[in-house]
Design a protein around this ligand. Structure first.
Ligand code: ATP
Ligand code: MG
Length: 456
């Protein structure tokens, strides 16, 4: 696209001179003899332009006033002021009002060219930067959580309600329930969404490393600190910091973090000069922090600071309605990624998934589905592909270290039959396809009583 340069100067000679030079350099030019015409143009025309050369001293309206108005109409249009002799002060004022630079008349062609190129280049970089920022932001758009259950819906609604406040939020839940997803959902719905959203996993680093990562350090603060380094708390200034697994934070770091939450003040390692930061805190844990307080592992004062609002994500087994939509969601997501045709899920497999207790919650379901996508190669997913025991009465499984004997297996089958029939021996014997007499013998042999089997 050819770049278009606007000129606004009430001196005809100047307009002709500038127009001629700029056209020679292959720029498009649009000239305005009166500021009002320029303002009307800026107000009414959709067309984009790259740069405005604006005279500071015009008969009809002061250039500074024109600048002020044009900045309102076109905030991103770069403006270069053209000043005559003795108007330097106005030029300085113009810079304060957002002019890109100024040229003092008379100026040689080369100077004009250098200025125009500079300005356009800076503008191009700014636009690129904006695009990148937007891309990063879009990259960080969390996919909306999938759910059907009202329990998850209520937590999500609450997260959205409190997102836009700056309150610290503690996200609780078993491993894999979606704590990180909720944290980014909160960030995305907050007024800080365009600012940085940084995450630190408090369990992943040693105490010293975590301290310097959070608070930064001065050059020479410790062996190996060859350069002064900003910490994540400072990097997140103006934005949000997500402290994952906060229950793992050491007592010393808990104390240091408390200062940040109380006073917005931090001390880089090796420094005596505190720095101010404005950070919104989100934290997550699968620990019971109240118990940790009782055990003396977690500071109560810090707990109250990070827990202004708490959100508790229910485990997947307590929201069985979510299993099917989540499974389908992961299937849709995974099949194209793994380059396999989209398989269907057989009803028996879906039922088995709905009965399983999912100790690893949604993350485990996600893994199970990707495994099924790979193994099924596009064919319907059946129970045989599920990596857990799909037998619904599998509570009586042999522990891995139990003796591998027929006797033991027989005992377990007898117990199963008796439990299933609530100790109705006639029906239990039918289930075992044996006689009532044999069953009685087995009960005696294994020393089984209704009480002892109920305790299992
Ligand atoms: N409701 C949901 N809809 C869609 N995807 C989800 C949902 N909940 C969790 N997930 C996905 O499941 C995986 C685990 O979620 P996430 O990492 O947020 O859990 P977590 O609670 O932080 O786990 P951990 O305690 O292991 O760190 C992620 O890939 C996440 O995108
Ligand atoms: Mg997590």
């Amino acid at each position: 696209m050819e770049e278009k340069i606007l000129i606004c100067d009430d001196e005809e000679g100047m307009r002709l001179y500038l127009g001629k030079i700029l056209r020679n350099w292959n720029y498009q030019v649009e000239s305005f003899a009166e500021p009002e015409m320029l303002l009307r143009w800026a107000n009414e025309m959709e067309s984009v332009s790259s740069l405005l050369l604006l005279d500071i001293k015009m008969a009809q309206m002061d250039g500074i006033e024109v600048l002020r108005r044009i900045k309102q109409l076109r905030p991103t249009l770069p403006v270069v002021m053209m000043t005559g002799h003795g108007t330097i002060e106005s030029a300085v004022e113009a810079m304060k009002l957002g002019a890109y630079d100024y040229l003092t008349k008379p100026f040689p062609q080369e100077k004009l060219l250098a200025m125009v190129r500079h300005c356009l280049e800076a503008q191009r970089l700014r636009e690129e930067n904006n695009i990148l920022k937007r891309e990063i932001r879009e990259h960080h758009i969390p996919a909306p959580p999938v759910f059907q259950s009202s329990r998850f819906g209520e937590v999500l609604q609450m997260a959205q309600d409190v997102a836009d406040s700056d309150a610290a939020i503690l996200i609780l839940g078993e491993s894999g329930t979606g704590k990180e997803l909720i944290a980014s959902t909160i960030n995305y719905a907050s007024h800080r969404a365009e600012q940085r959203f940084l995450t630190v996993n408090c369990a992943a680093l040693s105490e010293n490393l975590l301290e310097s990562q959070l608070f930064g350090h001065l050059k020479g603060a410790f062996t190996g600190a060859t350069q002064t380094q900003k910490g994540l708390l400072e990097e997140a200034d103006g934005g949000t910091l997500f402290l994952d697994e906060i229950g793992e934070l050491s007592p010393a770091l808990q104390a240091k973090l408390l200062r940040v939450l109380q006073f917005g003040e931090l001390l880089p390692v090796g420094s005596t000069k505190p720095r101010q930061v404005d950070v919104r805190f989100l934290a997550a844990t699968n620990k019971n922090l109240e118990q940790e307080i009782v055990k003396g592992n977690f500071r109560e004062d810090l707990y109250y600071r990070i827990n202004v609002i708490s959100l508790e994500l229910p485990p997947l087994r307590e929201r069985v309605e979510d299993i099917e939509p989540l499974a389908r969601h992961f299937l849709d997501l995974m099949a194209p990624k793994l380059r396999y045709p989209l398989p269907s899920i057989q009803p028996a497999a879906m039922t088995a998934m709905q009965h399983y207790h999912w100790p690893g919650n949604v993350r485990e379901l996600e893994n199970v589905i990707s495994r099924c996508v790979i193994l099924s190669r596009g064919k319907p997913i059946g129970v045989e592909l599920l990596p857990f025991n799909t037998d619904l009465s599998s509570q009586l499984q042999l522990p891995a270290d139990s003796p591998f004997t027929l006797r033991e297996a027989e005992k377990i089958q007898v117990i199963r039959a008796l439990e299933q029939t609530a100790w109705n021996k006639r029906r239990a014997a039918q289930l075992l396809e044996t006689s009532r007499k044999t069953l009685d013998r087995k009960i005696k042999e294994y020393d089984l009583t209704q009480e002892s089997t109920a305790e299992r």
